[in-house]
Design a protein around this ligand. Structure first.
Ligand code: PHE
Length: 367
């Protein structure tokens, strides 16, 4: 309080001697209080300072009046000062309480406004996963063969040289073993390996099942040192095998044509090029007319009009010997497709790593 503050002095020092003069002083104070309370009401910090200034226990205006005016008043003035002080106190308290309630109500309201849930806002969209392009392609390929009576079987990725090579008419020291760049399992060299193709399932199936056999085998296969544009260390194949008493090369060719039309479109044509696999005889590479240019020549088919689909052939009778099938009575065909290659070709994917990096920007393109 500054010294010009009347409550810092006694009434006598202020020259207040009459009852009227006491009434005037209190009226002045009351007016000052009313002015300040409306002035500081809107600002939280000023309001706190204002509260202390009027009701502070030590040097608040009301305490000062008690100490400097009331206690020091002359006996004649004392009762009136007491009455006036009580009135002023009651006024101050009621105004403060009223304003305090208004302040609280306002802050409650703004908190409510802040926490309010706006039901018209769009919800948070949770994204769903989708099947990977390779998985989708597997299912597409399987479906094409299921539709003509094939069933789907799966087999082990850890194989023995017998199933992976020998029973497929690839004896030890046969150069075809080198081409396959096999991963052998450590410590059991020559006893176990990671299958280099899905063809071992031809043998496992014929060992177990009597003819007729019509299967497709989707799965992972492994080869070392094949980091070219179309193969990683692991890639996916789908094997096919059909064996019965009367399966001819025409059935083989018809199946190939059916497949190419289903997979690449009804206008697709196919051609067979002579090839070699120890477990098929004759063997063929199956080509299809390019699904992008229709055979005219474009970047996808490297301007040849043709794209390579898969390796295939009539089951080599030598294989039947390993599974105790009668080569005189039975015949069939087999094929092995590189699923990654087919998926990339059909969906225009140019880099193998894209298939394995699980980059959502890539995956979302194949919902
Ligand atoms: N297994 C062969 C490979 O991986 C493909 C194939 C399967 C060829 C069946 C003919 C018959 O290259």
């Amino acid at each position: 309080m500054t010294t010009s503050d009347p409550t810092a002095q006694t009434l006598e020092q202020l020259g207040v001697k009459t009852l009227e003069a006491v009434g005037e002083k209190f009226a002045e104070l009351r007016q000052r209080f009313d002015d300040q309370s409306s002035l500081h009401f809107s600002n939280r910090e000023n309001w706190q300072v204002f509260l202390v200034k009027w009701t502070g226990r030590k040097s608040g205006v009301l305490s000062q009046i008690t100490n400097n005016w009331l206690k020091m008043a002359s006996p004649e003035l004392k009762p009136v000062v007491g009455q006036e002080l009580n009135k002023l106190k009651a006024h101050v308290e009621s105004i403060i309480a009223e304003r305090q309630r208004a302040i609280e109500a306002a802050s409650e309201q703004s908190a409510a406004a802040r926490d309010k849930i706006d039901l018209s806002l769009p919800g948070i969209e949770r994204s769903f996963g989708t099947r990977h392009l390779i998985r989708q392609t597997f299912e597409e390929l399987q479906q094409i063969f299921i539709a003509i009576g094939f069933s789907v079987v799966q087999g082990p990725e850890i194989e023995t040289p017998y199933y992976n090579f020998e029973a497929l008419n690839i004896p030890e020291h046969h150069p075809a073993r080198d081409n396959m760049d096999t991963f052998y399992i450590e410590g059991v060299r020559n006893s176990h390996l990671l299958r280099t193709h899905t063809s071992p399932m031809q043998i496992r199936t014929m060992e177990k099942e009597k003819p007729p056999v019509r299967i497709v085998v989707p799965g992972k296969v492994y080869r070392r040192d094949n980091p070219d544009a179309t193969h990683g260390y692991m890639f996916h194949q789908i094997e096919g095998l059909a064996v019965d008493t009367d399966i001819t090369f025409c059935d083989f060719k018809g199946t190939v044509e059916y497949f190419a039309r289903e997979f690449l479109g009804p206008k697709t044509k196919t051609r067979l090029r002579p090839s070699y696999f120890p477990f098929t005889e004759p063997s063929a590479e199956v080509d299809a007319t390019c699904h992008v240019c229709g055979g005219k020549g474009c970047r996808v088919c490297k301007f040849s009009g043709w794209i390579e689909l898969f390796g295939a052939g009539m089951v080599n009778p030598a294989v039947y010997g390993f599974v105790k099938y009668d080569p005189e009575r039975l015949s069939g065909f087999a094929f092995g497709m590189g699923v990654d290659r087919l998926a990339m070709m059909k969906y225009g994917v140019t880099e193998v790593p894209l298939l394995f990096q699980n980059d959502l920007r890539f995956l979302r393109q194949f919902p």
